[in-house]
Design a protein around this ligand. Structure first.
Ligand code: GDP
Length: 176
């Protein structure tokens, strides 16, 4: 029963986006509430986080591409059954933003079987503000175009990190 398992609902959440935008760092920042340098690993990996949002105890299974995106080998199995997708770019690298609109969002459309999948667009590394090349306004405009929630964040300082996952969970629960 849900009483014994410790949660009411279970969701699969994916992170996608170019290499080195900070996907693994965001997951670890959210999971461990601490800052760390991540050594790259190859192969799909996932982490589990229990949290309470909107009065519900949730189990989030958070999938990381763990470097596979470098080889463009993400397949339908990675996307299968996902209720939430976090699309990540690096505000200091324009190519990572362009690739989200031109490559990753197309792949999401192609592979995510769940039409009602909740999505969040995330601009990471806002702590490096002097190196920023993608404005907040551009991020907002793309989020609107893709039908995503939008956050700018820093996996390093943890600014907005909890909010990304909590708002995504709330959006997933709104989906009929
Ligand atoms: P992934 O390939 O998308 O999983 O990216 P990683 O999580 O491996 O991060 C790539 C690099 O960016 C690492 O050196 C991280 O320490 C660094 N990084 C990740 N997030 C941030 C952030 O918010 N701010 C800064 N300054 N560096 C970050």
């Amino acid at each position: 029963s849900s009483q014994n398992s410790g949660y009411d609902l279970s969701f699969k959440v994916l992170l996608i986006g170019d290499s080195a935008v900070g996907k693994s760092s965001l997951i670890l920042s959210f999971i461990s509430n601490s800052v760390q340098d991540i050594a790259p690993t190859i192969g799909v990996d996932f982490k589990i986080k229990l949290l309470t949002v909107g009065g519900k105890r949730l189990k989030l299974t958070i999938w990381d591409t763990a470097g596979q995106e470098r080889f463009r080998t993400l397949t339908s199995s990675y996307y299968r059954g996902a209720q939430g997708i976090i699309l990540v770019y690096d505000v200091t690298r324009r190519d990572t933003f362009t690739n989200l609109s031109e490559v990753w969002s197309k792949e999401v459309e192609l592979y995510s079987s769940n039409q009602d999948c909740a999505k969040v667009l995330v601009g990471n590394k806002v702590d490096r503000d002097s190196e920023r090349v993608v404005s907040r306004e551009e991020g907002l405009a793309l989020a609107e175009e893709l039908g995503c929630l939008f956050f700018e964040c820093s996996a390093k300082t943890r600014e907005n990190v909890d909010q990304i996952f909590e708002e995504l969970a709330l959006k997933i629960m709104e989906v009929p």
